[in-house]
Design a protein around this ligand. Sequence first.
Ligand code: 5GP
Ligand code: ZN
Length: 117
Amino acid sequence: MVGEPQADCLFCKIVAGDVPATLVRESPTTLAFRDINPQAPTHVLVIPKAHHQDAAALAIEAPELAADVLREAGEVAAEEKAESYRIVFNTGSGAGQTVFHAHAHVLGGRGLQWPPG
Ligand code: 5GP
Ligand code: ZN
């Protein structure tokens, strides 16, 4: 069923507490935790607790939850005092998506090039 936990999903395991993570924020519907391989001084992942494959699927399947993720991403940036930051949703393996549970990368704390690589 849409949104149900997937046994082979790393981020579902983090939501379940079966894999540890350094939590930054939690809301009733989302988790924010530090990326294990940070690419910037602030590099936090914001995920819906429910399993959705990617950002676009999340927006179709659970639009309010997509809004929750974006709001939490903004709250993370504010807490980290990142006045400029980037929210990235890698979508598809060719774009670098390695975990197929929707997640926002919140990157800040350094200059961010445009266009990104
Ligand atoms: P993607 O490549 O799918 O856009 O992002 C997945 C992110 O998850 C990567 O930036 C990677 O460093 C991070 N990651 C992979 N495994 C773990 C883990 O076990 N814990 C945490 N906190 N982050 C992870
Ligand atoms: Zn999942």
